[in-house]
Ligand binder design. Sequence first.
Ligand code: AMP
Length: 284
Amino acid sequence: MILFKKKAELQNYLALQKTKEGAIGFVPTMGALHQGHIALVESSRKDNSITVCSIFVNPAQFNEAKDFENYPVTIGDDIYKLESAGCDVLYLPSVAEVYHGGTTGEDHYDLGYLETILEGKFRPGHFQGVCKVMSRLLDTVKPENLYLGQKDYQQCMVIAKLVEMKGMNGLINIVIHPTLRDPDGLAMSSRNLRLNIEEREKAPAIYQTLNKIKEDLGNTDLKTLKKNAERKLHDKGFRVDYIEIADAATLQLTNERNGKQKLVALAAAFLNDVRLIDNLLLNE
Ligand code: AMP
């Protein structure tokens, strides 16, 4: 694996490889890598001749300074995992390398409804930060295939919209990988490293709650399903930001079920100061 810290050097290398070989697959991450990230790398390796992974803890997408400061960094382990997985290139830029003009930059992305709900509502500015970094990374790597995790359901939709807004729709194919989970159902996440033993024991309740919504979908109205789910998490000691049910294709929130629509349940909740998110397709 070759490690690049400088954008220009990575671009030169990729331009050279592109003339020789086929497609570039790109896996953008914030590091503290786990098997969920590695699954994206493995998926990219199957479809592309070069797999590029980036590790960049993007200050622009943290709406709370403390969350940014506490974000886990395990770069030595990450390099080992990527190398073991056969990743070809690691891009590990500094903040200055990504944001020459500063992280607050002038660019604004019109995400419309998508930015007013769920993560957009509870983490103001978060998706602007995601778009800022992804726009720059896509311009640098210019991948044919982009690998994202379903774990960040709304983020996948935001990035798809960004790709469209950048006029890169026909150029970049987005591959969404199913969420990888620990054996007890907890969605793998870098933030899980911050859970203490007691919190880690409680954490799978989010997935259990989403599964209960799925199980009861046919015989309970959506409002009641959401209310019961929220109560269950609250009783377990979670501080719930939201539990919502939405149209899986548009993310339009809904309290009605028409029987034909594909639905997704999405949750975000804190255990003390660790915020966890998860989602589940209800009627695939
Ligand atoms: P992050 O480092 O958390 O920004 O995640 C980088 C990429 O990995 C994103 O596309 C995530 O959706 C994806 N990802 C994170 N956790 C998982 C997981 N448990 N399963 C599959 N993909 C994941």
